[in-house]
Design a protein around this ligand. Structure first.
Ligand code: HEM
Length: 155
């Protein structure tokens, strides 16, 4: 039997039209881990670098003598390393955080609710500067938020 070119074309168009949208609707692309969406270690270390620079130079935070003393015992490059490892691991990256627990490293700093708020504002400024999208910002704030009970020790 001879099938005309037009008939073949009609079949191809029909198949294409019925399969293509159905496949993409049924199999949405899996969401990449937050770590990858942040640009891996390169993205994370850039963000952490800017964030720690803001924290260590923040006048309100440095008025707290315990925080100010902590700056001397844990220099900025060390904090950048530890916080990067922590964020890398918590976002699904290949790192292993080996620093102290959040309680151990902050309990002596006498951190207040207000100081926590100052930190959160600086974090937001950093994320906006690097144009981190809202969805990823929210996921990062969720990760950071989980540490609050161990870090804030006064009203
Ligand atoms: C108001 C908020 C915060 C302030 C003022 C603050 C300040 C500090 C200071 C001064 C140190 C050094 C302490 C010392 O050597 O005695 C430190 C350590 C550290 N902080 Fe924070 N921090 C805050 C929140 C956070 C958050 C939200 C995270 C992570 C989610 C974090 C992660 C770390 C890590 C990983 C270390 C190093 C731990 C170690 O030495 O092994 N900090 N922080």
């Amino acid at each position: 039997m001879k099938i005309s070119r037009m008939a073949l074309l009609a079949v191809a168009v029909t198949l294409g039209a019925s399969f293509a949208p159905a496949v993409s609707a049924q199999q949405p692309e899996a969401q990449a881990p937050l770590y990858d969406r942040l640009g891996g270690l390169k993205g994370i270390t850039e963000v952490v670098d800017d964030f720690i620079n803001r924290l260590v130079s923040n006048r309100t935070l440095n008025k707290n003598p315990a925080i100010n003393a902590g700056r001397k015992s844990s220099p900025a490059p060390y904090l950048k390393f530890q916080v990067s490892q922590l964020v890398c691991e918590a976002s699904g990256g290949p790192c292993k955080y080996t620093g102290k627990t959040m309680k151990e490293s902050h309990v002596h700093l006498n951190i207040s609710e207000q100081e926590w708020g100052v930190m959160a504002k600086e974090f937001k400024r950093t994320l906006n500067k690097f144009k981190v999208a809202e969805a990823e910002q929210k996921e990062l704030f969720d990760i950071v938020g989980k540490t609050k009970a161990d870090i804030v020790t006064r009203k």
